[in-house]
Design a binder for this molecule. Structure first.
Ligand SMILES: NC(=O)c1ccc[n+]([C@@H]2O[C@H](COP(=O)([O-])OP(=O)(O)OC[C@H]3O[C@@H](n4cnc5c(N)ncnc54)[C@H](O)[C@@H]3O)[C@@H](O)[C@H]2O)c1
Length: 376
């Protein structure tokens, strides 16, 4: 493997690559000198640009974790070079680009996988298995809520621009739609949404409420606010996105004043944050906010150590292993799709899945602009 773009997302993957027996990361492509130094200190060969890789090393695949607008051209370039591709979410800046990526993978006969996204997390995968076994009957509603400081974290300008795949509906909605489709079923029938851009000093879609209806009759909502008000950790027994306990007084919440940084200061703060933003080996299960499932036979939600399934006959607590991090679980799926090892739990996060997620995010923005439901 080589890693393309060595920011927060990529640095979070290093431990998983190091501990997986089938994958070895041999190189990093990264143009920024300070970030190159971080990669070299970890023992990676470093290249300035993607084209240098083609003559530099033998590869089976790449992990693309560059800014979202680069995903489509770099994915297509890598597929055409004969490499499998794992690309970060959101898969591209828009669905049209995502479709070109899907078509390039088919044309080149290579695998395209989209992740990490939060449906790889152990609690979401366990919920999906419970649903598939029919233990909750027909899935009627899935509701997911997430409240963070996303809007005020240090950002490059394009991260806030929805035309370039920025703002919470693309960047964070990509996780929520992924979770809702993993649990309700793949086919979204219609999308109605309101999206809010409420701080003129931080011009970006920063909050949304999205209502989905599925072809199988299920309904779902995705609620997100990135304006640094309430934290969804208040709904998750103080467990963070990455599975750490954070009491209110321990939360390093970014506030409105952070959006006053100059672009250079923001970049520096972002690079600093990248080193610790997404730790491995968490003591508790990851929580991308709180997701509650309602079926015709009962309900189910996350807990710090697993799940609780509730019905008229009482609660059943399910403990889940936290030995594998979300990134370990991405590599487990890659091992199946790239090396065809094991078929019991077939991979689902392929390019078409990522495209469909992005199409729903796009439909949410469209619905918010027109005021109408979008039928897919
Ligand atoms: N799955 C997750 O949990 C998660 C978390 C964070 C970010 N992401 C996604 O990962 C992607 C990157 O986000 P980030 O927060 O890590 O950004 P980042 O800015 O921290 O990292 C991007 C890196 O790419 C480098 N880069 C820029 N142009 C390049 C080029 N042409 N070739 C190679 N490298 C180049 C930058 O110098 C930077 O170091 C985004 O699409 C984002 O949505 C996913």
């Amino acid at each position: 493997m080589a890693i393309i773009g060595f920011g927060a997302a990529a640095q979070a993957f290093v431990q998983a690559f190091k501990s997986h027996p089938l994958f070895e990361c041999v190189a990093v492509v990264e143009p920024h000198p300070e970030v190159q130094a971080v990669a070299r200190a970890m023992g990676f060969a470093v290249f300035n640009q993607l084209s240098d890789l083609k003559s530099g090393v033998h590869l089976d695949g790449v992990y693309i974790a560059t800014p979202t607008p680069l995903h489509a051209p770099q994915t297509i370039e890598c597929l055409e070079a004969g490499w499998h591709v794992l690309v970060e979410k959101p898969m591209a800046s828009n669905a049209a680009e995502a479709m070109q990526m899907v078509q390039a993978a088919a044309r080149c006969g290579k695998r395209l996988t989209v992740g990490h996204s939060h449906s790889f997390d152990a609690p979401i995968q366990a919920m999906r298995q419970i649903i598939e076994r029919g233990e909750l009957g027909a899935i009627q509603m899935v509701n997911t809520w997430c409240f963070t400081d996303w809007v005020y974290r240090p950002r490059r300008p394009e991260e806030l621009n929805p035309a370039l795949g920025g703002g919470v509906t693309f960047r964070q909605g990509a996780h929520q739609i992924d979770i809702l489709r993993a649990l309700c079923g793949p086919q979204v029938k219609s999308v109605k949404a309101k999206v809010f851009n409420s701080d003129p000093k931080r011009d970006t879609p920063g909050a949304h409420s999205i209502y989905l209806e599925f072809a199988n009759g299920a309904a779902a909502t995705a609620v997100y606010s990135g304006y640094g008000g309430m934290s969804s950790m208040d709904l998750t027994q103080h467990i963070s996105e990455w599975g750490f306990e954070q009491q209110p007084q321990q939360r390093n919440w970014y506030t409105r004043s952070h959006s006053d940084l100059t672009p250079e200061q923001a970049l520096q703060a972002k690079q600093q944050r990248a080193r610790t933003a997404i730790p491995a080996d968490a003591p508790y299960q990851p929580h991308f906010g709180l997701t509650v499932v309602n079926g015709s036979l009962g309900d189910m939600r996350q807990t710090p150590t697993g799940l609780v399934v509730s019905s008229a006959s009482g609660d059943t607590h399910i403990q889940l292993s936290n030995l594998q991090s979300p990134r370990d679980l991405v590599l487990a799926e890659l091992a199946q799709t790239w090396h065809n090892t094991g078929t019991s739990n077939p991979a689902w996060h392929d390019g078409q899945w990522g495209y469909d997620n992005l199409r729903v995010c796009e439909a949410a923005i469209e619905s918010a602009q027109t005021g109408y439901e979008v039928r897919l």
